[in-house]
Design a protein around this ligand. Structure first.
Ligand code: 8X3
Length: 250
């Protein structure tokens, strides 16, 4: 029987690439995001391969999250795979110059949002005695870098939550995979630098950055692993990257 996956932040970047990879593998999709036009368009395209539905919510709003997941049509209620992909960096500055709104956006979205969506989905997984949660962390969750304290803190929290989920949920037949990508060329830096295109482009200049599809490939590998195998933790760098801020550029 084909499986069903719920993906947050599905309209762009790693989320969208994962949705496409899942569709190619016959995994039905609950596409979640904050932009209905993009969700509808993606659902129509991938709907040619698998069953799709969309949920419009902001992961930072716990009531919206709970109501959205509760509103799923019956055919989509048994969620086998949850991909907690939604998350972003907002601003990059020394801690003493940090902005409260940026801090709130990162902690509320990357940490609390991931928790809200997980809580909404885990109950059903426990009832059915099976499931797989894939959390998108970052190499920023492995190693803190200058001017990134709060983003790094939010991803260190994801690392801890992945470990904690694995400890609490393994006995219920639920696998937990933590994925920590390095520099992936998506809208990530554009969001971090608040639309400054030239600053964002510089992040990926002079080397072959990771693509969203590279991360989607790894997520697909993890969810396709045999029943007795858990891919617990994967760190993925671009070949030219040795650490979060160590990139060998041409
Ligand atoms: C994104 C990767 O190195 O910019 O999470 O923190 S990095």
């Amino acid at each position: 029987m084909s499986r069903t996956a719920l993906i947050t932040g599905a309209t762009s970047g790693i989320g969208k690439a994962t949705a496409e990879a899942f569709a190619n593998s016959g995994i039905n999709l609950i596409l979640c995001g904050r932009r209905q036009d993009r969700l509808t368009e993606l659902a129509a395209i991938l709907g040619k391969q698998v069953k799709t539905t969309t949920l419009l919510f902001d992961v930072r709003d716990s009531a919206e999250v709970i109501n959205a997941v509760a509103s799923l049509p019956e055919a989509f209620q048994d969620i086998d795979i949850l991909v907690n992909n939604a998350g972003n960096a907002h601003g990059m500055s020394p801690i003493q110059e940090g902005d409260f709104a940026d801090w709130d956006a990162m902690m509320d979205g990357n940490v609390k949002g991931l928790l809200y969506v997980s809580k909404a989905v885990i109950a059903g997984m426990i009832q059915r005695g099976k499931g797989h949660i894939v959390n998108l962390s970052s190499v920023a969750g492995k190693q803190t870098y200058a001017n990134g304290a709060v983003y790094c803190a939010s991803k260190k929290a994801v690392e801890a939550i992945s470990e904690g989920m694995r400890l609490d949920l393994t006995q219920h037949g639920i696998k937990v995979t933590n994925i920590a990508p390095g520099a992936v060329e998506t809208e990530f830096s554009l969001v971090r630098f608040k639309g400054d295109e030239s600053r964002a482009a510089k992040v990926y200049e002079g080397f072959d950055a990771l693509r969203a599809e590279d991360i989607a490939d790894t997520i697909l590998y993890a969810v396709k692993a045999p029943a007795h195998v858990t891919i617990a933790d994967v760190t993925i760098y671009a070949a030219a990257q040795a650490a979060p801020t160590t990139v060998y550029r041409k």
